[in-house]
Design a protein around this ligand. Structure first.
Ligand code: CA
Length: 223
């Protein structure tokens, strides 16, 4: 799951980034409306968390443009002003839900999950390869009927591999996609994470799904 947070207050942005990462999301952060619109249009996000008051371009204008551009990514907007007009305006412009600041992270996460459940783009809420299944909403992972307990990062890595099942994925690509944009280039972290993931996903079972392709990267596939 990929989330885009568009928020200019550093503390709130960091709080959201940290919380969502720990909840299994890969998080991009934009600090103004112009950057936010660019990332929203370029990226393949499952949900956007949009602050209303932003420099360069406010949340209203960003949302209107996004919908005009045909982007249907679910948007949860954050407003500091507890006024009914603002909420109605946001929903009219194509926001899917709103939250009034200050809010508890648990409430935000519940709203985000609810948006993901009803998002039309998520017609398939599960990923499956052979006997390995991931439910993208509840984030439950199971293989051959056994529930597997993964860390947030292991989960993100597995979802990325499964979304690209059958494709050989270079370490640098995995690092950029799973460890966010400012990855420092040391792909050892990928090898270590793959090893940990295999210990849970592959080793207890008869067949191996995550394979090393020498000199190229990793692939998850059934055969
Ligand atoms: Ca703001």
């Amino acid at each position: 799951m990929r989330a885009l947070v568009i928020e200019d207050e550093p503390k709130t942005a960091e709080y959201l980034r940290k919380g969502l990462s720990e909840s299994g999301f890969c998080v991009d952060v934009a600090v103004d409306g112009a950057e936010g619109l660019m990332l929203a249009n370029d990226g393949d996000h499952d949900v956007i968390i949009l602050d209303v008051m932003l420099p360069k371009r406010d949340g209203w204008s960003l949302l209107r443009q996004l919908r005009e551009d045909g982007k249907t990514t679910p948007v949860l907007f954050l407003t500091a002003r507890d006024e009914i007009d603002d909420r109605v305006k946001g929903l009219d412009l194509g926001a899917d839900d709103y939250l009034v600041k200050p809010f508890a992270f648990s409430e935000l996460l519940a709203r985000v999950r609810s948006l993901l459940r009803r998002a039309p783009i998520l017609q398939s809420q599960t990923l499956g390869v052979a006997d390995l299944m991931v439910d993208l909403v509840s984030q439950k992972v199971q293989r051959a009927g056994t529930i597997l307990r993964l860390t947030a990062k292991e989960y993100q890595l597995l979802v990325f591999l499964m979304r690209h099942a059958g494709e050989v994925l270079p370490r640098t690509l995995i690092a950029e996609q799973v460890w966010d944009m400012n990855f420092d280039g040391d792909t050892n972290v990928v090898d270590v994470a793959v090893r940990r993931l295999r210990a849970k996903v592959d080793e207890p079972f008869a067949t191996r799904l995550i394979k090393t392709v020498h000199g190229r990267g990793y692939v998850l596939e059934a055969v």
